[in-house]
Design a protein around this ligand. Sequence first.
Ligand code: ZN
Length: 484
Amino acid sequence: MSHQVLIPTPLRPYTDNQERVEVEARTVGEALAALTTRHHGLRRHLYADDGKLRSFVNVYLNDDDIRYLDREATALGPGDVISIVPSVAGGAPTTAPPAAPELTPGDYERYSRHLILPEVGVDGQRRLKAARVLCVGAGGLGSPAALYLAAAGVGTIGLIDFDAVEASNLQRQIIHSTEDVGRSKLVSAKHRLTALNPDLQVESFETRLTSANALEIFRGYDVVLDGTDNFATRYLVNDACVLLGIPNAYGSIFRFEGQASVFAAKDGPCYRCLYPEPPPAGLVPSCAEGGVLGVLPGVIGTIQATETIKLILGGGRPLIGRLLLYDAWNMGFRELKLRRDAACPACGDHPTIRELIDYEQFCGVVPAAAAPAADPGEEVTVEQLKAKLETGGPVYILDVREPNEFQICHIPGSVLIPLAQLPNRLSELPGPGDTRELIVHCKMGGRSAKAVKLLHEQGFTRARNLTGGILAWIDRIDPRQPKY
Ligand code: ZN
């Protein structure tokens, strides 16, 4: 039976640069013997003088280390793939382009741990020094990514963000400090990055990324690192990268799970090959609504930085055509194959996207200014609610958040029924004979708007949404309660 043996980069000089070698074998041992018979130079890298596999060479059968199977006697089945994973890597360094800046004596000292890696070396470090990376967003993903890129010696980092640092950012956005609360994220990030590496050039774009400015900002960068938190900007970043031919180190996070990939490389695939269309607006909650484990963006942002550095060095096996899934709660990584979609409107055979479009409209997000005025009959302000409560007006306050949010803060007298449970718990609400007003709220008003819509459809036509949710209540009525 014929099987593939995957050869890691450092050992390819001994297999005539082949990435995979096909061998006839019934066991792993036979496969390795066939491999080293054909490629004699490999033998001393895999086996010690006593004929045993070297301890720093791991051999995997599919996803399993053969040490946990029957070692070299492990039988091979149809389609089984053998991988050699050496813990010590050799390999040929790439040559830096002649225009790359020379290293200074200070650089030799600072980057000495890179310089002794053959995969980086002096040429690789010069490539890093010449490189220009744009981080879209200086938040959860941008924080670790920009810090590691600055530390690694990337010469120029562009940052786009227009937010100010809030206390609730500090749980994960480690580029900012407590003293930065209230400051511009870009000012704070630049301060931290240049403290880490004074040679770094930071290019700040304190603006919202739009179809009108994206191409102009992106042009001239070698890699774009997508650390955005909304779908409209994700599609915008993707399309701009495809149009300009700039690789996109992608990452996204939600609660305990993250994703990473590299899009828009020369032969695709891109984000649209993975997700041709965004989910309907409001269907997928944001991290502000759904929460995120603070360390999660640390892992995913660091993976994005790793991929960015590999793209600059031109080495390793990039995350192109692969979607890496990370589950922090169960602690595991999975990898899915990602193929370029020939019908992809951005990177397909006949692309229809030749310029940037209106991404907010594409994603079903209507800009606030253009949104039709809400029916005043359906919204209640926190001041109106307070007045009702003070005059003893008959009110039933329904809180559709989650129990852990209710525990942080709640409006006195409110009843908690999480949005997901609402369809099955309608009987608990005041029925048609009840004259109480039904006022629904959540954290900021998004989930409760969905609840009000559902309630209207179910005949609870008196249900009204509390504008701005409990955050507005705390801001304007009851500032003693904690916000989150
Ligand atoms: Zn595509």
